[in-house]
Design a protein around this ligand. Structure first.
Ligand code: GUN
Length: 295
């Protein structure tokens, strides 16, 4: 079998961002500039890189962006006050609190302080519930990016067996719901699943989102499987590695995402799409007039 083909998240994300920028131009012509606020607390180097990338991508798409960088010792009350101020600001349509927060802070209380209609990460209980109920709402960006990437390559989801390794609120659980909504058969595995290899061998689509470098091996895959690697781990040599052993997995897979350049860029693109969606809804502009699917 020839080696698997690359699912190019970087190029696909660029295409999504071009579409979002066009939607933002049309919305702006009707008097609304999409506004995104990103809140970053502390000094985590990786978080600073992610936030800079989000800020740049949103600015490039024509959004008004405000990034609030707060010191590591910020109190819970001060952070809540910032989130509530952004919640009350009509020029802000999307609020993202970069995770993880420093340990002394209660991340859940902070996230739940975001008004649901500005929750572009899809993490508030309202949006989690809407997704579980199969109703319109804001969807978490990384799982939405996984689905968008498959769609743009016209790879089928319906009827496929999707094995998700990881059960986080940010990726694994919402991805399972999104895949179910697309009529996939879904298995959710995690770090304590017994005989993970046997589960992966039954998958048409494997999604690795567990945060363990190179966990998924090539011989765990059915020949012809599709592999989406959500993992972003820093290897001993300082390079980024995914949760999949890329070289051996590529021998078996039909399609595979690289790290970096796979799901990561798609996450940012979907953040922009979510923010445009919120801005359109808050100003009463029909989604389809901006090139967005109804929800
Ligand atoms: N940290 C890593 N990924 C994400 C994400 O998608 N959203 C937020 N808020 N924080 C993150």
């Amino acid at each position: 079998m020839p080696p698997g083909q690359i699912l190019d998240g970087k190029a696909t994300a660029k295409a999504v961002r071009t579409d979002v920028a066009e939607g933002a131009r049309r919305l702006q012509a009707q008097g609304t500039q999409p506004g995104l606020a990103v809140v970053l607390v502390g000094d985590d180097p990786a978080s600073h890189v992610y936030v800079r990338n989000k800020d740049r991508a949103a600015t490039d798409a024509g959004f008004a962006v405000q990034t609030r960088r707060l010191p590591a010792e910020t109190s819970q009350a001060d952070l809540l006050a910032v989130v509530r101020e952004l919640g009350d600001d009509d020029a802000v349509h999307g609020i993202l609190v970069q995770l993880p927060l420093p340990k002394h802070l209660d991340a859940d209380e902070v996230v739940q302080a975001i008004p649901a209609h500005k929750d572009v990460d899809g993490l508030t209980l309202a949006n989690v519930g809407l997704l579980a109920a199969g109703r319109p709402g804001l969807r978490p960006c990384t799982p939405a990016g996984c689905v968008e990437l498959l769609d743009r390559y016209q790879l089928p989801i319906e009827g496929q067996h999707v094995v998700i390794v990881g059960r986080s609120m940010l990726v694994g659980k919402p991805l399972a719901q999104l895949m179910l909504a697309r009529n996939a058969t879904v298995t959710i595995c995690h770090s304590r699943t017994q005989d993970l290899a046997a589960h992966c061998q039954r998958a048409d689509i494997v999604v690795a989102a567990v945060g363990i470098p190179k966990l998924i091996q090539g011989d765990w895959l059915r020949p012809g499987a599709i592999v989406l690697d959500v993992g972003i781990n820093r290897g001993e040599d300082g390079k980024l590695v995914g949760d999949v052993d890329f070289d051996s997995a590529r021998e078996r897979a039909a399609w595979i995402t690289p790290v970096p350049g796979g799901i990561g860029p798609m996450t940012i693109a979907m953040l922009l799409a979510n923010t445009l969606r919120s801005a359109a809804e808050s100003s009463g502009v029909p989604l389809d007039s901006l090139g967005l699917a109804a929800r």
